[in-house]
Write a protein that binds this ligand. Sequence first.
Ligand code: TRP
Length: 325
Amino acid sequence: MIRFSGITPSGHATLGNHLGAIRRWAREGGPGDLYFVSDLHGMTSAYHPQRLRVRARELLATLVAAGIEADQVFVQSDLLPQLGTLTWILECTCSFGEAARMTQFKEKSARRELEATPVRVGLFTYPVLMAADILLQGADEVPVGDDQAQHVELARTLARRFNGTFGEAFVVPAAVTPPAAARVRDLANPARKMDKSARDAVGVLYVMDEPDLLRRKIKRAVTDGLGRLEFRPDEQPGLANLLEILAACTGKPARDVPAEYSSYAELKEAVAEAVIEELRPVRERTKELLDDGVELDRIRARGAELAAERSAHRLATARRLAGVG
Ligand code: TRP
């Protein structure tokens, strides 16, 4: 069984990425699973090439540092020739209407238009590249957040259509949306999720932040003037966010946490300690891997080789059936 998922280096990994995806992949992953850094997906809006390169490398190191097996990770752009090929084949099976219905595209393109920034064709075809990611590796299950479920659904549709029209080439993947481990919100604005591409980082905890910085950001987290230590996400979203974070780091239900503290300040202190200890081993190991470039290069090259080998036969079959190979 291949479980398969990716993370885009549109910024440094956050505590939200760690608790919601990376740590989970490391803990729950099976021996056939594959996880990858989707750097090609970081090109659909204005970006800085050197920064993209550095962040992709850092994220690869973080996946390994968090405990995902080194031979189960790869970087998407290392498969660019294969993905470019398959994306084109799939684009020629996908209707304009299907791509135009993608909620994420509609939201992002509307936002760009408001800001008067161009909407790139890559933003429009991104879900087809995502389908290519999934179908190329023969993934059985794709665990994603709710925002990506529609894209996995498109991958299923395109797989079935290709198989039905040209012949069997692809596994039809299942979308699984695991219940959120923790809905981590921005500490400065709990109405927003903690976003690695946020412009303002005061409310965003990064995996690579030093302990002092984590502590400072948590101390400044927005709460409320009620002084009630209870888990009430609707009435006290900032406080509930802190409780969720502490719960996710300590493995306790968020509702049970308040009883242990008598003030917001005391709670924040505990949250800071828990987050620092949760992230410390990952940050330290990520640093080691980045410092010793040789080991990371080896992991990256091996991951690319395995992913290419795994997909070679499927890609050849798809090309042959599509009349272009
Ligand atoms: N689009 C996903 C995201 O932004 C990342 C991603 C790219 C992905 N390709 C994928 C996830 C394939 C699962 C499978 O979060």
